[in-house]
Each structure stands twice: as C-alpha cells, then as structure tokens.
Write a new protein. Structure first.
Length: 81
C-alpha cells in the first residue's frame, strides 16, 4: 500500500472517533491523538486489504513518533513478503 492509502485509513479511524482528519504528517502521534488502539485498527484494516498478516518488529515500532513514522512503518510492512 502507498502512503496516501495508509493516511486515508488512519483518517478513517480517527474521524470515526470524532477527531479531525490528520493533514500534517510531521505531527507527533500524541498531538494527532492517534492511539495504540488506532494503530492496531489500521493494521487490521491493512491486513484485510492486502490479504495477509503484517509482521511487526518491536524495535522498529519503538521508533515511531510522528504520523509520518506510522505511515512509513505500514508502507514498509505492507510491502514485505
């Protein structure tokens, strides 16, 4: 999946909670109010779209700070074989 598709999924999740859509990828996940539960929901939605489970590396996840980090993480994870 590409970055735009992933950001769209992130926005679907946050707007469902009544929050504004994320437009600034430099925002911290905290400032965007993007919670770990949201992260999990996006992961599940991506898995549904690509038809397989994503593989997560805990060390990579610890480096996630910004919305862009989340998008990059999921972009890479969705491409991995």
């Amino acid at each position: 999946m590409d970055a735009g598709e992933i950001l769209d999924l992130m926005n679907l999740v946050v707007t469902k909670r009544g929050l504004p859509a994320i437009s600034d990828m430099a925002l911290s996940t905290r400032d965007a109010k993007f919670r770990s539960l949201d992260f999990s929901e996006v992961a599940l939605r991506i898995e549904d779209k690509i038809g397989r489970e994503l593989s997560f590396d805990a060390a990579e996840m610890r480096r996630i700070v910004t919305v862009k980090d989340v998008v990059d993480f999921f972009t890479e994870a969705s491409r991995a074989a």
